[in-house]
Design a protein around this ligand. Sequence first.
Ligand SMILES: Cc1cc2nc3c(=O)[nH]c(=O)nc-3n(C[C@H](O)[C@H](O)[C@H](O)COP(=O)(O)OP(=O)(O)OC[C@H]3O[C@@H](n4cnc5c(N)ncnc54)[C@H](O)[C@@H]3O)c2cc1C
Length: 350
Amino acid sequence: MTKYDVIIVGAGPAGLKCAQMLSNSALDVLVLEKDEVPGNKVCAGGITRPGISLLQLPDNVIEHKVVTVGFHSRHFHNLKNLSEPVMFTVNRKELGKWQLSLLKDTRVQFRNNARVTDIKNDSVIINKDEEIGFRYLVGADGVNSIVRRHLKLPIEKVLASVQYQIPVNNPESKIEMFLDAKYFHSWYAWVFPHRDTLAVGACADARYLTGKKLKDNFHRWLKKEGFDISNAKYESFPIGYDYRGYRFGNIFLAGEAAGLASGLTGEGIYQSVLSGQQIAMTILDKAGEKDYMQEATKYNHYQHKILNLSIRMGGLRSLLHDMIVLALKNKQLNRKITNNFSKKTDKPGE
Ligand SMILES: Cc1cc2nc3c(=O)[nH]c(=O)nc-3n(C[C@H](O)[C@H](O)[C@H](O)COP(=O)(O)OP(=O)(O)OC[C@H]3O[C@@H](n4cnc5c(N)ncnc54)[C@H](O)[C@@H]3O)c2cc1C
C-alpha cells in the first residue's frame, strides 16, 4: 500500500491552502478531489478584505472590487459608496484553478476524480477500490464531509441556502443585503456581482425556517423585488456552522468540514483558508507562531452573537434590522460595523 505523510481530502479553499503551506516542506502530501476540477461549489463568491489579503489573490482572479454596498430592511434603505473596496467577488472555479496552480512543480500530488469512499485507522479508500495510507489525514471535504462522519461528529447547525445565477451584461460593482424577517427570519438575501451574472441568494437555519419555506419565501421575495429568473440557474446547498474542534489525534478538520462558516452570513472562504493554514502549521510543528484557528473562531463568534440576539428578539426582529440599517447611515458606525465584517488590512488584493 502506498503511504503519504499527509492526505488532504478535498480541494476547496481550505484543502488547497493547507496543501500550499505544506508544499515547501519535506513531507509527502496527496490532495484527493472527487471532482474533475476544484471549485465546483455552490457559492456567491464574495470575499472580504482579510480573506483577500490572506489568499494574496492576484487581480486577474478577482471579478469585482466592490465599493458600493447597499443594506435594506423593511423600512429603511442605505446605499453607500465607500472610499475603498470592502468586498471582492471571485468565480469559484477560477479561484480553485489559481490555488491549484500554486502547487505546480512542488512535492504535493493532486488527484482529481478521486472520491474518498471509506476511511480506516490509517488509510483511505478511493473510488471504492484503492487503499492509500496516511500519517495525518486532513478532512477539507466541505459540509458533507466523510472525514467528519468518520469521526462521528454530529452536525446540527446548518444553514439551508438557495441561489440563482442571473445572466446580466456588465453588472454594476455593487453588493446588496436584504434583511427582512418576514421572508428570512434572522438571515438575509444577497445580491453579488460577477463577470456576467448576479448571484442572488438567501440562507436561513433550517431549524427556524425549513428549506422548503426558505425556497418559497425566496421566490416570493424575488418576485417582489422584480428579479427576472427565467434564464437563471437555480442552486441550493447547505452551509455548516457547527464547529466542534479541528484536531482529533492525527485527523484534522478544516473549513466547512469543521463547521467553520458563519451562521449569520454563510461566509466561509476566509475561515476555511485560515483553518487550512493553521492545520499545515500544526503538522509542521509551527503552530505556536500565530493562531489562525483562533482568528477564525473569533470572527465567527462576533457574528454568532448578533445572530443569537436576532433569534432571541422574536417579533422585534424587524426593529433590529431597521436599527442596523439606520446605524449604517452614520459614518462612524458604518466604519465600525464594516470593519467588523471586513476588517481593513494593509494591502487587500496584493
Ligand atoms: C449559496 C452559498 C453561497 C455562499 N456564498 C459565500 C460567499 O459569498 N463567501 C464566502 O466566503 N462563503 C460563501 N459560502 C460558503 C463557502 O462556499 C464555503 O464555506 C467554502 O467553500 C468552504 O470551503 P472548504 O474548502 O471548507 O470546502 P468546499 O469549498 O466545500 O470544498 C470541499 C471540496 O472537497 C471535495 N470533496 C467532498 N467530498 C469529497 C470526498 N469524499 N472525496 C474527495 N473530495 C471530496 C469537494 O468536491 C470540494 O472540492 C456560500 C455557500 C453557499 C452554499
